[in-house]
Design a protein around this ligand. Structure first.
Ligand code: TYD
Length: 211
C-alpha cells in the first residue's frame, strides 16, 4: 500500500506497555506493505546513544535538572536531522518511542522547569517538526511500577529510580498536555493486559490513517 509518510510518537510513564504495543503496531504496518522506521528517544543515532548512556546511567545521579533537559534536547536535535527528516522525505512511516512531549512531561511537569523554555528548546531541537499523531499510554504510576517489576528483575535506570510522586506529576503532565492538544494527541487507557493495549493502539492508528 502506498500512502504518504507519517510521523507518530508514543508517550507514557515507564512500564505502561508502550514498547510492546509499538512493536506490534510496527509489525502490523509492515504487513500492510509500509516501510517503517522504529526509533526511540533518547538515542537512535551514534551521538544520541552516547547521550542516552549519560542520561540513564545510575552514576549520573548528581545530574542537575537543567543539564538533563539540554541532554534530552541534544539527542533529539541529532535524531531529527540525521534520521527522522530523511526518512519522512523518503515516504517512510516513522514511529518514535518518546519525543517532545516526554520533555514537557518529565522535565516540565516532573522536574518543574520553565515550560516556555522547554517549548522553545523543543522547537529549536526539532526545527518545529511535530508528529502527525501522538499516542499517550495512560496508567497510574503505581500500576506501571508493578508491571515493570514483573517484567525485569534488574535495577531500574536513573529515571526509573525516581520516586512515585515524580511519576505522578509526569502522568498529570501528560493528561494536561493531551487536553490542550486534542487534535494531535490520543489518550489510550493502558490499565489492561499488554495484548489489549496493543490492539487498542492498532485500531486507533487504523482509524486515524488507514480508513
Ligand atoms: P527508556 O528506557 O527509553 O524508557 P521507556 O522504555 O519507558 O520509554 O528511558 C527513557 C527515560 O527518559 C524515561 O524514563 C523517560 C525519560 N525521558 C525524559 O525524562 N525526557 C525526555 O525528553 C525523554 C525523551 C525521555
Amino acid at each position: 500500500m502506498k500512502t504518504t509518510a507519517r510521523f507518530l510518537s508514543f508517550e507514557g510513564v515507564d512500564g505502561s506497555g508502550k514498547s510492546t504495543a509499538v512493536n506490534r503496531l510496527a509489525r502490523f504496518l509492515e504487513q500492510q506493505g509500509l516501510t517503517v522506521v522504529r526509533l526511540r528517544e533518547p538515542g537512535g543515532t551514534v551521538i544520541g546513544e552516547q547521550i542516552r548512556d549519560l542520561l540513564l546511567d545510575t552514576n549520573s545521579r548528581g545530574m542537575t535538572p537543567v543539564c538533563e533537559l539540554y541532554l534530552y534536547a541534544a539527542s533529539r536535535a541529532q535524531l531529527v536531522q540525521e534520521v527522522i527528516r530523511p526518512a519522512l522525505q523518503q515516504g517512510d512511516w516513522v514511529l518514535c518511542d518518546r519525543y517532545t512531549d516526554s520533555t514537557m512531561a518529565y522535565q516540565g511537569y516532573g522536574r518543574g522547569l520553565d515550560r516556555d523554555l522547554i517549548e522553545s528548546l523543543n522547537r529549536t531541537a526539532t526545527g518545529g517538526l511535530l508528529p502527525d499523531r501522538t499516542y499517550v499510554f495512560d496508567l497510574a504510576p503505581e500500576e506501571a511500577e508493578l508491571r515493570r517489576q514483573g517484567r525485569d528483575q534488574q535495577a531500574g535506570d536513573r529515571m526509573e529510580l525516581e520516586p512515585v510522586s515524580f511519576k505522578q506529576a509526569v502522568r498529570l503532565g501528560y493528561l494536561d498536555i493531551a487536553s490542550r492538544q486534542p487534535e494531535r494527541i490520543r489518550l489510550l487507557p493502558a490499565r489492561r493486559p499488554a495484548d489489549q493495549v496493543a490492539q487498542l493502539l492498532i485500531q486507533q492508528v487504523r482509524e486515524d490513517f488507514l480508513q
